[in-house]
Write a protein that binds this ligand. Structure first.
Ligand SMILES: N[C@@H](CCC(=O)N[C@@H](CS)C(=O)NCC(=O)O)C(=O)O
Length: 241
């Protein structure tokens, strides 16, 4: 029998949240890579899965109520997988609400602010100092919020490792060891604690072989106007029906 879950993803933090969760939960899955620099996300067959033209997306052939489920938005997918397996989400009480809180914090703040910083610092053609400074300040503020919290708490939601930790990790694991970023010792120790887990490392490695030289991770060699069009220009903003 093929795995019931198919993960549409690529080598970025939002995709890696889900591969980490699937590995941690021991759920088998089939991988489908979405090449967002080539415009796969704008193809009708992908838009039929996610009209918001972004990965990650999962299809679970063995969904709730005996029917298949297609789900997008990484936070919603993490919540679904945790409920499906009964893992990495406290069953009730304060810890369950705190898991929800930190997951929302990642989705609403860490992802968007770090993402905008990467946009203006790495991808934008014109380097606009105000925008870079704005998102760099937000990123530093958020790193401090997380570091202060992890000074008092082993995991984001308290004593238990949860999907909130899985959501944050891929967004900060590349940042904590950058020379010159100081004052985040607790966050760095948390990242290193998580990286001792084989399932986390397997999840972070999903799609590594598909990293293209044009991305931040590939060193931004060859990021072109065509790539800008797919992500931030004409191809992104011209919807075909
Ligand atoms: N809020 C969404 C964000 C997903 C997202 O931004 N995905 C990026 C890759 S990390 C993407 O597919 N971008 C393609 C595009 O915007 O055209 C989530 O958490 O799932």
């Amino acid at each position: 029998m093929p795995p019931s879950i198919t993960l549409y993803t690529g080598p970025t933090p939002n995709g890696r949240k889900i591969s980490i969760a699937l590995e941690e939960m021991g759920l088998p899955y089939t991988l489908e890579y979405v090449d967002i620099l080539a415009g796969d996300q704008h193809k009708p067959e992908f838009l039929a899965l996610n009209p918001n033209n972004k990965f990650p997306v999962i299809i679970d052939a063995d969904g709730p109520d005996g029917a298949p489920l297609t789900l997008w938005e990484s936070g919603a997918i993490l919540w679904y997988l945790a409920e499906k397996t009964g893992q990495f989400l406290p069953a009730s009480g304060t810890a369950r609400h705190l898991t929800h809180q930190w997951l929302m914090f990642q989705m609403a703040s860490v992802g968007p602010m770090f993402g905008q910083f990467a946009h203006f610092f790495f991808y934008a053609k014109e380097k606009h100092p105000y925008s870079i400074a704005r998102y760099q300040s937000e990123m530093q503020r958020l790193l401090a919020v997380m570091d202060e919290h992890l000074a008092k708490s082993e995991w984001f939601a308290g004593d238990a490792y949860t999907i909130a930790d899985m959501a944050v990790l891929p967004w900060v694991e590349g940042t904590v060891d950058v020379p010159g970023i100081d004052g985040i010792d607790n966050l760095r120790a948390w990242v290193h604690r998580l990286k001792e887990r084989p399932a986390v490392m397997r999840g972070l490695d999903v799609g590594r072989e598909t990293v293209r030289a044009e991305t931040v991770e590939g060193g931004m060699k060859g990021f072109s106007d065509e790539h800008r069009s797919q992500l931030f220009g004409t191809a992104q903003y011209t919807r075909t029906k």
